[in-house]
Design a protein around this ligand. Structure first.
Ligand SMILES: [Zn+2]
Length: 73
């Protein structure tokens, strides 16, 4: 398996924290879904926080509790 090195699509920082399904950038304080990082151009990627704002308009609560842990790790 080739290791995948994630970076923040917003500030290009490599200092990101990898999680099970997402990558957190401490500098931007945003989470990005790994699926998006692998298939989309940086400029097309929305942070989970931004997506949640959009989704909330259409759907019921989409609480992802794993997005808030590890922030201080
Ligand atoms: Zn960033």
């Amino acid at each position: 398996m080739m290791p995948i090195y994630y970076h923040c699509p917003r500030c290009q920082s490599l200092q990101v924290k990898e999680r099970e399904r997402s990558v957190f950038c401490p500098r931007c304080e945003l989470n990005f879904d790994k699926k998006f990082l692998q298939i989309l151009e940086d400029g097309d990627i929305l942070a989970n926080e931004e997506l949640e704002g959009i989704i909330d308009v259409f759907a019921e609560d989409t609480d992802e509790s794993d997005d808030v842990e590890d922030v201080f790790g």
